[in-house]
Design a protein around this ligand. Structure first.
Ligand code: ATP
Ligand code: MG
Length: 361
């Protein structure tokens, strides 16, 4: 992007399952926003068909030179990867992590709140409301891919899954999380670890958190063990604002958060390179959902919210706010997919959001 030009080149990678349905809907909404704003910002979408089908045909997800080509874009809009006949660890490492790692997208950011017009188990339980952002370490930790197996198939087969925590990576992530917390009204962060049972890496996390906290005197920090944190998320949701945790812990907490907010179909996630040297990648949190693929019932809201997060990262704050408002208006009008208790299909929700977008400008 050229500063001040508001022209963005977006790589679209729908990949597997409902990916093409929700990314198609997302692109339609973004195009509508650009038109409705009379070209205040414009997008050039370029399609990438890297998927589990490519893998099954060619034995790899990413063609030679693919990553260098992908690097030209301002952002990547990603659907979901995973297919019933490809082991999950192959598809995850073959595509998603194969982009996140070389592009140094070390911060995974997951905002969660209950959208107006939707129901959530927390509302029903009356324990409180939720408005959180979870920052997940996205480059190492438990998902470093280190370890091995020996004596395969024998009763004495042994495997190791080694977590790697480096001061450099932990510090940059915690610092980024404090910066996010500082910009939010509550200025509160919870650092989540498991430093009672895991006495090396997790204790280092705690120490680094206390060090970084000194540079943010206006941000209030507390520290929780991950097991206790799950209870607190359910029982005292109001006491939480920004959460920072390891790759594994935040992965689990964010699925809990999505469920507490009402549906996995609404939540977005951003894989950010905070240095902005590489494009960042934006995706709905849900997976490829083959059980509903091709039925036209996938909830596109997760992708719309993802698009709003992408706009925010690109500097189009106002457009991001407009889009969020339009999404919530459509939810309030009761135009909801089945996962949110409604009867609308993907197309109906998409049309309704586009209609709100046209009204908003
Ligand atoms: P993956 O292995 O790719 O993560 P999965 O099937 O394990 O896929 P999800 O794809 O996230 O996990 O699906 C979990 C459940 O949530 C499924 O029953 C699916 O139908 C439902 N679901 C996921 N995304 C949506 C959506 N956008 N709209 C409606 N339902 C959804
Ligand atoms: Mg899954």
């Amino acid at each position: 992007a050229i500063p001040g030009k508001h022209e963005y080149s977006i790589a679209c990678m729908p990949a597997d399952g409902i990916g093409p349905e929700v990314i198609g809907a997302g692109v339609e909404v973004l195009k509508t926003m650009s038109e409705a704003s009379s070209g205040a910002f414009t997008f050039q979408f370029e399609d990438y068909d890297w998927s589990s089908d490519t893998y099954k045909k060619l034995g790899k997800y990413i063609p030679d030179g693919g990553l260098e080509d992908l690097r030209r874009h301002d952002a990547i809009l990603f659907g979901a990867v995973g297919a019933p006949d490809v082991p999950d660890h192959i598809s995850l490492w073959g595509l998603r992590l194969a982009i996140c790692q070389p592009f140094q997208q070390y911060a995974n950011v997951r905002p969660t709140k209950i959208l107006r017009g939707t129901e959530s188990p927390l509302r029903k339980a009356k324990t409180g409301d939720l408005d959180w952002v979870i920052i997940r370490e996205n480059s190492e930790g438990e998902y470093a891919g280190q370890g091995g197996r020996s004596h395969r198939g024998q009763p004495w087969e042994t495997s190791t899954e080694v977590s790697i925590f480096t001061r450099h990576c932990v510090e940059r992530l915690i610092r980024f999380a404090f910066e996010i917390a500082q910009k939010r009204p509550k200025k509160h962060i919870t650092v989540v670890t498991k430093s009672n049972a895991q006495r090396n890496g997790m204790v280092m996390w705690d120490e680094i958190a206390y060090e970084v906290a000194k540079d943010f005197p206006d941000v209030q920090m507390d520290k929780m063990l991950v097991d206790a944190m799950t209870c607190r998320m359910v029982l005292q949701p109001n006491s939480i604002d920004t959460i920072v945790a390891t790759n594994l812990h935040a992965d689990i907490l964010s699925d809990l958060a999505a469920a507490l907010a009402g549906s996995i179909g609404i939540a977005p996630t951003s894989n950010l390179d905070p240095t902005r040297k590489n494009p960042s990648m934006f995706e709905p949190i849900h997976g490829s959902a083959f059980d509903i693929t091709g039925k036209g019932v996938a909830n596109p809201v997760g992708t719309f919210w993802t698009a709003a997060e992408m706009l925010r990262w690109l500097g189009e704050e106002q457009a991001a706010d407009v889009l969020m408002e339009c999404i919530e208006k459509v939810c309030e009008a009761g135009i909801l997919t089945r996962d949110l208790g409604g009867t609308a299909g993907t197309k109906e929700v998409t049309n309704a959001v586009c209609e709100e977008v046209r009204k908003a400008y």
